[in-house]
Design a binder for this molecule. Structure first.
Ligand SMILES: C[S@@+](CC[C@H](N)C(=O)[O-])C[C@H]1O[C@@H](n2cnc3c(N)ncnc32)[C@H](O)[C@@H]1O
Length: 267
C-alpha cells in the first residue's frame, strides 16, 4: 500500500455523492439496497503479518493473486452456486472473491491457526462461509500439530464439493503428503466437480520431484501421472499464473452410491 499523502487525502473520501457513504445501518445478507440482492461485501483486510504468513504482505499483489485464482475457479466451475472447498485457504485471499457469488457455499481449511481464527471472525457475517483448523504437524506452519500429513483425512465430507481450490498448497507438500492430498481432492470432489491446483514445475535437473516444505517442484508429466493414479483427469492446463502452474482436474469416474456398489458385488 502506498503512503503517498495524495492517496491518504483522497478528496472524494468525504464527498456526499459517494453513494455507499450515504447508506446507513446494517443490512442482513442479501438485503443491501445497493447490491441488487447479492450479499453485501464487508470482509475486512488481514494484517500485513497475516498476509505475509501465507502469501505476500503487499496489498496489491495479495489482492491480484486472490482475484486471478478465484476468477479461474469461477470460470471453470460447471455449477452456478458451487459448494467450494479451499484447502490451504490462508486468511481467505480467495474466499473474499467467492463471497460475491450469490448462493455459493464455502469451507476453508488450513493448518495455520492464526489465519483460521482471523478468517472465522472476519467472515462471520456470511453464514455460508466456514473455516476449519486442521491440526496437521508441519515444521513450517504448525509445529505443535498432532496429525500426520500423509494419512489424516481432510475434514470435509466425501463427494460434496463442486469447486476445490488448492492455491499454492501442493507447492509445500513433500511427495508422500502430495500423493495423499491428491487422493483427498478426488474423494471430496462431487461428480460434476472441478479442482484447481497450482504447482511449481522446475524440479532439480534429472528429477521429477524435488524440494523442501518451503518450496516443492514437480514436473508437469509427473504431476499428471500422479493425478491420474488418484482418479483425476486433466480438464485444462491454464498456464502460469503468478509464477505457478495452474491445472484444472475432474474425477475420472463418478462416485457411486452404496447400493450400486453392493449390487455390483452381489448381482
Ligand atoms: C502459500 S500459502 C497459500 C495460502 C492461500 N491459498 C493463499 O493463496 O493465500 C500455503 C497455505 O497452505 C497451508 N498448508 C500447508 N500445509 C498444509 C496442509 N498439509 N494442509 C492444509 N493446509 C496446509 C499453510 O498453512 C498456508 O496457509
Amino acid at each position: 500500500m502506498t503512503s503517498d499523502p495524495q492517496y491518504l487525502h483522497n478528496p472524494d473520501a468525504d464527498a456526499s455523492e459517494v453513494m455507499w457513504r450515504s447508506v446507513e445501518g446494517e443490512f442482513p445478507n442479501g438485503s443491501d439496497p445497493l447490491s441488487g440482492g447479492a450479499p453485501r461485501y464487508w470482509v475486512p483486510i488481514p494484517s500485513a503479518e497475516l498476509r505475509e504468513a501465507s502469501s505476500v504482505a503487499d496489498m496489491g499483489i495479495w489482492y491480484a493473486i486472490g482475484e486471478a485464482w478465484s476468477q479461474i475457479a469461477i470460470r471453470v466451475s460447471k455449477v452456478d452456486k458451487p459448494r467450494i472447498l479451499d484447502i490451504g485457504c490462508g486468511s481467505g485471499k480467495m474466499a473474499r472473491f467467492f463471497a460475491m457469488i450469490p448462493g455459493a457455499t464455502y469451507l476453508g481449511i488450513d493448518i495455520f491457526k492464526p489465519a483460521i481464527e482471523w478468517s472465522q471472525a472476519a467472515f462471520k457475517p456470511l453464514p455460508n462461509f466456514a473455516f476449519t483448523h486442521f491440526d496437521i504437524h508441519s515444521p513450517l506452519y504448525n509445529g505443535s500439530g498432532k496429525l500426520d500429513v500423509t494419512t489424516a483425512r481432510v475434514p470435509a465430507p466425501t463427494a460434496s464439493f463442486d469447486l476445490i481450490i488448492c492455491g499454492s498448497l501442493f507447492t509445500h507438500l513433500l511427495e508422500p503428503a502430495f500423493k495423499h492430498y491428491l487422493g483427498e481432492v478426488a474423494r471430496c470432489l462431487s461428480n460434476q466437480g472441478r479442482a484447481v491446483v497450482s504447482t511449481h514445475n522446475e524440479p532439480q535437473k534429472g528429477k521429477r520431484f524435488s524440494g523442501k516444505e518451503t518450496r516443492i517442484d514437480i514436473s508437469d508429466a509427473y504431476m499428471l501421472k500422479l493425478a491420474q493414479s488418484h482418479g483425476l483427469r486433466l480438464v485444462e492446463k491454464v498456464g502460469t499464473v503468478f509464477s505457478q502452474e495452474v491445472f484444472v482436474f475432474e474425477r475420472m469416474k463418478p462416485h457411486r452410491p452404496r447400493w450400486w456398489r453392493v449390487l455390483r458385488k452381489h448381482p
